[in-house]
Every structure is written in C-alpha cells, then in structure tokens.
Design a protein around this ligand. Structure first.
Ligand code: CTP
Ligand code: MG
Length: 235
C-alpha cells in the first residue's frame, strides 16, 4: 500500500466470543473473573488506557450480548465501547466487529479478550508503528522452549531452529483498508488477522511484545494473571 500513513482515529476490535474450552467447563472465557473482575473488563480497560484508542468494539458470545452490554455499561472507560454478536470462529467474530466500524477510523487494532493484562506500551507501540507507515504490525515474543515436529504416534521428525521463531501476541494493528481487504479476500481459516494480511502479499512488521500480554488459555494462567495484578497494586 502506498498512500500516506494514517493519522486519524484509532479503534480496537475485541474478539471475546470464544468458549474457553481449554479452561474446562464454565461460563464463556471472557466473562471469567481475574481478581474479581471479568477478563473482558480488564482487556477493554487495557486498550482504553491508551489515549490513542477512542473506540472499542467487543464481539461477545451470541447468547451473552445483552449481559456483556450491561456489564460494560456499568464501567467508566475513556473510549466509546459498543458490543456486537461474535461468530463461530475468531475470524468471524473479528469480521462482525469490523462491519460496525465508524467511517472516520483509519487505524484498527484487533485484541484478544483473553489477553487482559496487555501493558499500555504495547498498545501505543503498535499504533505508533502503523502511524510510522507500516500497513500491519504485530507484537512478538521469542520462543523459550525447544520446538520439535512430531508424528501422531510420537516419533520425533526434527528440531525446529528457534532463532527465527516468534510467538505472536495482540493487539495486532492495521491500516483500516488493509484489514478490510484481508477479511474480504482471504479464506478465514487462517488463524490470525496478520496471517490473512500476509497471504495478500502485504508485509507485516514485528515489534517487541511483553510477557504480561500473554493469553489466558489454561487454568494455571489465572494464577499468573492474579500475581501480575497483585504486583501492579504494590507499585
Ligand atoms: N474468539 C472469538 N470468537 C470465537 C472464538 C474465539 O471472539 N468464535 C476470541 C476469544 O474470545 C479470545 C480470542 O478469540 O478472546 C482468542 O481465542 P482463544 O484464546 O482460543 O479463546 P477461546 O476460543 O475462548 O478458547 P478455547 O480455544 O480454549 O476454547
Ligand atoms: Mg479458541
């Protein structure tokens, strides 16, 4: 894309419609509490903590749209927050939020509700990199484990060199028209929005992520999240 970098308003889309199957049975993951507050509320606060983010659109589980609306309306956020019904896959949920984006937005972040504690520096860093002229930006972290490829019956096929591997986090940031084109043209079986943009042949730029932007996936992750919140309160 060759036009001038975007300098208009920034919106964040928050896919929050997942079930949280890896956490085990219970309410939708985004509504589970960390230190007494639903994960989604932490995530919206974390985004709105950046003065750059003016609009937040949450894609909630279809059956919980009213509950999520009422939950979020009880909070004070320094951004305009609205709620739409999510879809069957993460990418459907993002697509549904994308449809209700106001016209005057030209930078779009996509942020997992399941990354409730993303530090504001990561959010601001992603927006800054888009405003510097990148079409798409993702925060990444080095991979700490040695990665093997294996067969279904447990035979090791090889060790994947780790130096070039990175684990991706969110928010992922996009120039609006790039994200819209990706959702219009790319098969949504690609697992993240940046992957959809890559398959259009558009360069995606990586910046440093943060260990506190980890994704709450398994039960043990709540312990880590609660410790981070406790540590922040002490400071
Ligand atoms: N998500 C979504 N719509 C879906 C599936 C996922 O909006 N149909 C969201 C989740 O709510 C989450 C983010 O995408 O904020 C990342 O997904 P993941 O961590 O996999 O969450 P879940 O799908 O809820 O968890 P699991 O895969 O364990 O069921
Ligand atoms: Mg999932």
């Amino acid at each position: 894309m060759s036009s001038a970098p975007p300098h208009g308003r920034v919106a964040a889309l928050v896919p929050a419609a997942g079930k949280g199957e890896r956490l085990g049975p219970g309410i939708p993951k985004a509504l589970r509490e960390i230190a007494g507050t639903p994960m989604l509320v932490h995530a919206v606060k974390a985004l709105a903590a950046s003065p750059m983010v003016e609009v937040v659109i949450v894609a909630a589980p279809e059956a919980s749209v009213e509950e999520v609306r009422s939950l979020l309306s009880q909070q004070e956020f320094s951004a305009d927050v609205s709620v739409v019904a999510g879809g069957d896959t993460r990418s459907d949920s993002v697509a549904r939020a994308l449809i209700s984006l106001p016209d005057d937005i030209d930078v779009v972040l996509v942020h997992d509700a399941a990354r409730p504690l993303v530090p504001v520096e990561v959010v601001t860093g992603v927006v800054a990199a888009i405003r510097d002229g990148h079409d798409a930006v993702i925060p990444v972290m080095p991979v700490v484990d040695t990665i093997k490829s294996i067969t279904e019956d447990g035979q090791i096929l090889g060790t994947v060199p780790r130096e070039q591997l990175r684990a991706t986090q969110t928010p992922q940031g996009f120039r609006r028209e790039v994200l819209q084109r990706a959702h219009a043209e790319v098969d949504s079986s690609v697992t993240d929005d940046a992957g959809m943009v890559e398959s259009l042949g558009i360069a995606v730029h990586a910046i440093s992520g943060h260990e506190e932007a980890f994704k709450v996936t398994r039960p043990l992750d709540f312990l880590l999240a609660e410790s981070i919140i406790a540590k922040r309160r002490v400071r």
